[in-house]
Design a protein around this ligand. Structure first.
Ligand code: COA
Length: 193
């Protein structure tokens, strides 16, 4: 057992979503989410609308990835479960932990079945509260592409602020897309209902 606070894999329960450690049954909905063209484009996983998914099927690599998330001492990967169905719709991740700076990175993805119903907003708020109040982090950072105003809106609602722009960070088809850098800091974070 590591002394890392990230070694603990909690279950965080909200009204609409629960965040919990991955289970075998999550592989199929995660595979569907990771194959979704919108997820691929908005997460920067592909560079052309003609590209296929880097995770085209449930194979040994995917089984090994999701089968080992609960053993990672330096990052936290949790399934987002829709409380209405009990089914996994996506994931939240706290990674790139910098212990000396009490900082980490955040990312989230939700497949088509889970989007646009407030689940992403609630999941982001739940994990941010955990990062500040349980993990004791000072800073949680993220990047979001300029062609993803929905995610920006969700992050702002949860307490992230824009701190800069990486210009032309992504090439998608023939378009150059900025990456917006955002962060939430513990001292200025107040829980938003
Ligand atoms: C980004 C994501 C996590 C958001 O989760 P979600 O459950 O779909 O979002 P919610 O329903 O909680 O909230 C969406 C908010 O954005 C708003 N919104 C939707 N489309 C928008 C747009 N084009 N411009 C601005 N705001 C928009 C909604 O109105 C809502 O805000 P409101 O509650 O104030 O009305 C999810 O859509 C997702 O995973 N998308 C695909 C992958 C992705 O983008 N990951 C993030 C990469 S940085």
């Amino acid at each position: 057992m590591s002394g890392s606070p990230f070694a603990a894999k909690p279950t965080l329960i909200g009204p609409k979503v629960s965040l919990r450690p991955f289970r075998t049954e999550d592989l199929e909905p995660m595979a569907a989410a990771l194959a979704d063209p919108e997820v691929l484009r908005l997460t920067g996983s592909i560079h052309s609308s003609a590209d296929g998914s880097p995770w085209p099927q449930i194979d040994d690599r995917m089984r090994s990835w999701y089968g080992s998330r609960n053993d990672q001492p330096d990052r936290l990967d949790l399934a987002i479960v829709d409380n209405a169905t009990g089914r996994c719709v996506g994931e939240v991740v706290l990674n790139e932990w910098e212990p000396a700076n009490e900082a980490c990175n955040f990312r989230i993805l939700i497949g088509p079945d889970g989007r646009g119903r407030g689940l992403g907003t609630e999941a982001t708020k739940l994990i941010l509260r955990y990062a500040f109040t349980t993990l004791g982090l000072h800073r949680v950072g993220l990047e979001v592409f300029a062609f993803n105003p929905r995610a920006q809106r969700v992050y702002e609602k949860a307490g992230f602020k824009v701190e800069g722009v990486k210009r032309d960070a992504l090439k998608f088809d023939d378009q150059r897309v900025d990456s917006i850098v955002m962060s939430a800091l513990s001292p200025e974070w107040t829980e938003v209902a």
